[in-house]
Design a protein around this ligand. Structure first.
Ligand SMILES: CC(C)(COP(=O)(O)OP(=O)(O)OC[C@H]1O[C@@H](n2cnc3c(N)ncnc32)[C@H](O)[C@@H]1OP(=O)(O)O)[C@@H](O)C(=O)NCCC(=O)NCCS
Length: 173
């Protein structure tokens, strides 16, 4: 099954909110440390995605989605660094693939698209952090990201308990 990868504009992002909520809640309930605590429902996710759509509208965020047969199954964002001395830097955020769609290469194509779109807008350096010991931590080096180091006790796992975070960067010029 072929996935369609799309950069969403603000109206498209708003239209996609229910599908994005489904992907985020599936990831959180599957144990991903991506900012939210269990239990986490699609309704809980709505304010977050409305904020993302607003950030897309203001130009602060690039939002990429993967769809299979018209249904959103994965997503990733690049937030533009806000300070005037970092016009070249972006924050890679919320790489999320629904559990039913994992292992098919969607993270790789989503990351490729996000990096390409960021570079097209003049960004040359992307940074991210991810829960130490997560599946994602193992994936980023395979996608060309450099591991910087680990910060202990950075956040909570969604079911509770402190987790460390691992920092990565990638030059995309
Ligand atoms: C991390 C995540 C996005 C991966 O999505 P995916 O679509 O299954 O990943 P892909 O199939 O594109 O795999 C990408 C690469 O990582 C490898 N990979 C996939 N799962 C892996 C795992 N658990 N351990 C090690 N490598 C893995 C794949 O083999 C592939 O490498 P290759 O192309 O060189 O063969 C998905 O597991 C997820 O959504 N997790 C929960 C949310 C999360 O933690 N996001 C990170 C936030 S920073």
């Amino acid at each position: 099954m072929t996935a369609t990868i799309r950069l969403l504009g603000a109206a498209e992002a708003r239209a996609a909110i229910s599908g994005l909520c489904e992907v985020l809640s599936d990831c959180v309930n599957g144990g991903a440390s991506v900012g939210f605590m269990q239990p986490y429902t699609n309704v809980d996710a709505e304010p977050y995605w409305r904020g993302v759509a607003d950030a897309v509208a203001s130009g602060a965020t690039l939002l990429v989605a993967a769809e299979i047969e018209g249904r959103i199954v994965g997503t990733v964002q690049v937030g533009a660094a806000q300070m005037p001395n970092q016009p070249h830097r972006g924050d890679l955020k919320k790489l999320l693939v629904h559990r039913a769609a994992r292992g098919k290469g969607l993270a790789r194509v989503l990351m490729n698209a996000a990096e390409r779109e960021a570079a097209a807008r003049g960004m040359t350096l992307l940074v991210l952090d991810t829960a130490t010991g997560s599946d994602a931590e193992a994936i980023y080096p395979r996608l060309g990201w450099e591991r910087v180091g680990v910060i202990p006790d950075y956040a909570l796992w969604p079911e509770g308990g402190l987790c460390a975070t691992t920092l990565f960067y990638k030059r995309v010029a």
